[in-house]
Design a protein around this ligand. Structure first.
Ligand SMILES: *[C@@H]1O[C@H](CO)[C@@H](O)[C@H](O)[C@H]1NC(C)=O
Ligand SMILES: *[C@@H]1O[C@H](CO)[C@@H](O)[C@H](O)[C@H]1NC(C)=O
Length: 267
């Protein structure tokens, strides 16, 4: 685990052989620790009894170490004979695995970033924003808050980088602040998958009055369009059923006919 803390990439690879005899458990763990470039490998083989590690082989020292009386005796005996060395496992087991999985291990995945408000400012409390950076790989992002382009240090807090358990990580960073009108607040994310920092600017929601005006405006606009279309369709349908020009023409024609006939029958 110390290796991991030193920002090494570590992997638990080989799993365990479990034997159960009358409720007792024995486990063996095979672990390979790799440096980021995968060139330096440490193989650790641990023996557990009832979840307690009593014996460990470490390929860096090429030695066994005991952690219980029994383990110490075992380690001393194993260390006597170079034939007990598990050093070759570094190549047969660990190297083999990293060659196979290198494309996954070295893959860099860009983070997704969202910024949202957790609390608006009230009389006695500052506002709180949360920047969530998630689904990135590997571990190791830097998240900062910018206020009008300048890095903010006050009122900033953060969770650790949390493993999602599927190679990806997430982190949540908070900013407590007293809002100023017209200011620009952004969450800046730096990660090895990005060629330049990703800046996500916080867009405050519109105040309620503004929002209501906008909603009413959109509603009226939609209503207007609807009425215009309905009116146009109605006009088109009417025009088709009784074409206006034709009607007036036939009326005048009829009139001429009736006028002529009345003239004819009126000598
Ligand atoms: C293996 O041994 C090296 C050298 O002493 C040490 O730095 C490392 O932490 C050990 N690894 C484990 C997992 O105990
Ligand atoms: C807000 O600030 C960021 C970082 O300085 C900048 O990239 C972005 O364009 C700014 N946005 C606005 C709307 O001013």
């Amino acid at each position: 685990m110390r290796l991991c803390a030193l920002s090494f990439l570590c992997m638990l690879l080989g799993l365990f052989i479990v034997k159960s005899v009358n409720g007792y458990y024995g486990q063996r763990h095979f672990q390979c620790y790799y440096t980021r470039d995968l060139n330096t490998i440490e193989f650790i083989h641990s023996w557990y009894f009832n979840k307690f590690e009593y014996l460990r082989y470490n390929s860096t020292t090429d030695k066994y170490t005991g952690y219980t009386d029994y383990g110490v005796i075992q380690a001393a005996a194993l260390n006597q004979d170079p034939k007990n060395s598990l050093y070759s496992t570094v190549y047969t087991f660990c190297k083999d695995r990293s060659d196979k999985y290198a494309t996954n291990i070295l893959k860099r995945v860009k983070p997704e970033v969202t910024v949202r408000s957790l609390r608006s400012a009230s009389d006695n409390l500052p506002a709180v924003l949360m920047c969530t950076v998630y689904d990135y790989h590997p571990k190791g992002v830097k998240v900062s808050w910018l206020r009008d382009g300048k890095v903010v240090n006050e009122g900033v807090s953060s969770t650790d980088e949390l493993s999602d358990g599927d190679w990806y990580y997430q982190i949540h960073t908070y900013l407590e602040y007293v809002p100023r009108p017209g200011e620009n607040i952004s969450c800046m994310v730096e990660h090895e998958s990005l060629t330049q920092p990703h800046i996500h600017t916080w867009e405050p929601p519109l105040p309620v009055a503004e929002r209501n005006k906008l909603i009413i405006g959109i509603f009226l606009l939609v209503l207007g369009i609807f009425l215009a279309v309905a009116g146009f369709l109605y006009y088109m349908l009417r025009a088709k059923e009784c074409p206006l020009e034709k009607t007036s023409q036939s009326i005048s024609l009829e009139r001429t006919v009736s006028e002529t006939s009345s003239e004819a029958s009126n000598p």
